[in-house]
Design a protein around this ligand. Structure first.
Ligand code: 9G3
Length: 573
């Protein structure tokens, strides 16, 4: 393709609004343009990369027998009513009415649509297992779209759905899909980790795994063990048991032998935070208990975690089986505890109290007194107050031992590229996807669903491979394989050499971007640095002696080689 005619609007300077390096460079190099917050146009270069990524995905989906189809983006609200999800999602689900006033949603995902389709078309075990997939635009009205394509409101997803006759079948399908995901992300040149994940609101009885791209701009935290293969999203990562966690330090004080002496009131004017309390009372955070008030499906609950730990809301929500869970606001906290935030405690609460294992194991603790400017010491969980449940409700800590082997945990930032779920019968039951088995019995299909954020993957590859002066695409997804630059297109010798080489490279079946623009060399080199193609061949004064410059992306220096040698190397690409 001749660059002269291509729409590649490169920018001289960094756009102010771009925070992540991939966002900045995709804008500057003329790959994407924003239409509105979280909504982007893929310019020719950006679309070529997207198509290369999709081609890899299609190959790997075909290889495991998944069949491609394309479902509508406009979904009748009735489907979401039937699955019970219409009311769960708030403003994130984009709703609209058609000209007859009928309610629709713009599809954020397609469980309801695909299960309705399969329920209508598949009835016999002979037609199972079936895996279908699509590569299609999804709509999710994110509150805070950010980092360009990383978190958009309209984005491209590959979403696959599997239907098996039984759980063993789903296990096989799930494993095949996981292996396909490993091949896809490896072929795309992504540095990623597969981690155990929480299934979240999508529900489903099985497990789920996320494929996380390591990225500083990632919003997720990946916990992995330095010694074994354990890896999990922090939302799910198992916290070490109190004994194991305490093995490396602070010993719990033994429970006082005498019966329950009442807690002692401490006057703690203005001491709302752990830091203020520990400083002024000379305590270790591990002697305190944080009392966090949440609202779960509209009902207040209290969660106790030790002062040096962080609550894990995903684990708490799973225990409560609630659809929505958020921290209570100051007003609700005051109503429920009778005290301002910072003085909440378990003693005297009338709402359910759940405690993380460590907090429940404390022989005595300092807690809020549910009275402004007062705390209590010597509080004994389960004695001075009743516990509704005790469990792992905290984030694993960097000093915790690995829950599998006791090794050292490593925390990394990552962003979710893919997510695979064992759904079970959640949707086949709700939407009636039944089949007749060999014995003539009607049974519910066992489902799985599998997503890859295609546009997000494009941004993650850009993020991981970018250099200081521009993008650097792995060959498998680059918009073109070779960037052929002519320094002086008016110079007959250079132009002839360029046209000849261009023709020969195309004949080799290579994607070539020929920069034959009448621009100053410096402009052309800077643009080539931004666009980031894997190989750059420069035709300049050396053409008179049959020499060209060859530079492989990522290598600092270019080599001057004879034209025939350049053709040899190109043939080997
Ligand atoms: C919604 C909205 C946002 C959502 C969902 C539904 C995430 C929703 C989870 C999934 C699960 C899998 C198939 C491909 C892989 C992921 N955000 N999820 O269900 F209405 Cl507004 O999408 N779906």
């Amino acid at each position: 393709m001749r660059q002269q005619h291509m729409l590649i609007p490169t920018l001289r300077d960094d756009p102010a609004e771009a925070e992540a390096i991939s966002h900045r460079l995709l804008l500057r190099a003329g790959y994407i343009r924003q239409l509105a917050a979280g909504i982007y146009t893929y310019l020719p270069l950006g679309l070529r990369v997207m198509k290369k990524i999709e081609a890899i995905i299609r190959e790997e989906m075909e290889a495991i027998g998944a069949q491609e189809l394309l479902m509508p983006a406009m979904q009748p609200a009735e489907l979401w009513e039937t699955s019970g999800r219409y009311g769960i999602y708030g403003p994130e689900l984009i709703r609209l009415k058609d000209r007859h006033g009928r309610a629709f949603a713009l599809g954020p995902t397609h469980e309801e649509v695909v299960t309705t389709l399969v329920a209508a078309e598949i009835h016999s075990h002979r037609k199972l297992p079936l895996t279908v997939y699509q590569i299609q635009t999804k709509f999710r009205d994110e509150r805070r779209p950010r980092f360009g394509l990383m978190r958009g409101r309209e984005f491209v997803m590959k979403d696959a759905y599997s239907f098996d006759p039984d759980w063993e079948g789903l296990d096989r399908t799930y494993r095949a899909m996981e292996e396909a995901y490993h091949r896809i992300f490896s072929r795309c040149g992504l540095d990623y980790r597969a981690v155990e994940a929480d299934s979240g609101a999508i529900g489903g009885e099985g497990g789920s795994h996320e494929f996380m791209a390591l990225a500083e701009s990632g919003e997720d935290t990946i916990v992995s063990c330095a010694a074994c293969s354990y890896a999990a999203n922090l939302e799910k990562a198992e916290a070490a048991s109190p004994e194991a966690a305490d093995a490396n330090g602070f010993q719990q004080t033994d429970a006082p032998s005498h019966a329950a002496t009442p807690p002692e009131r401490l006057h703690t004017p203005g001491m709302r935070t752990i830091a203020e309390l520990t400083e002024q009372l000379g305590l270790s955070p591990r002697q305190l208990v944080k009392t966090l008030i949440y609202v779960a499906d509209g009902r207040p609950v209290a969660l106790l975690v030790r002062g040096d730990r962080e609550a894990n809301e995903v684990k708490l929500a799973r225990q409560l089986g609630c659809e929505s869970l958020e921290l209570a606001d100051a007003e609700t906290t005051r109503q429920v505890t009778g005290a301002p935030v910072g003085f909440a405690g378990p003693v005297g609460l009338t709402i359910p109290i759940l405690a993380d294992l460590e907090a429940a194991a404390m022989a005595e603790a300092v807690t809020g007194a549910n009275e402004a400017d007062y705390h209590l010491s010597g509080v004994r969980p389960g004695v001075h107050f009743a516990l509704e449940a005790v469990g792992d409700f905290r984030n694993a800590g960097e000093s915790d031992p690995c829950p599998r082997c006791g090794g050292r945990l490593v925390f990394r930032r990552g962003i979710e590229m893919g997510h695979v779920f064992k759904l079970g019968t959640k949707y086949s039951r709700a939407l009636g996807a039944l089949y007749t088995d060999e014995d003539g019995r009607r049974r519910e299909m066992i489902m799985g669903c599998y997503g890859i954020g295609v546009s997000r993957l494009l941004a993650a590859i850009a993020e991981q491979h970018a250099g200081e002066s521009g993008l650097r695409w792995p060959a498998a997804v680059a918009p073109f394989r070779v960037h052929l630059l002519v320094v002086a297109p008016r110079d007959e010798t250079q132009r002839a050499a360029a046209d000849q080489l261009y023709g020969r490279l195309l004949a080799l079946g290579l994607d070539v971007l020929l920069d034959d623009r009448e621009e100053r060399p410096g402009v052309k080199f800077k643009d080539a640095d931004l666009i980031g193609l894997p190989v750059r061949i420069v035709i300049g004064r050396g053409a008179a002696d049959g020499l060209v410059e060859w530079r492989t992306s990522g290598e600092p220096e270019a080599e001057t080689i004879p034209l025939p040698e350049a053709l040899e190397r190109a043939a080997r690409l």
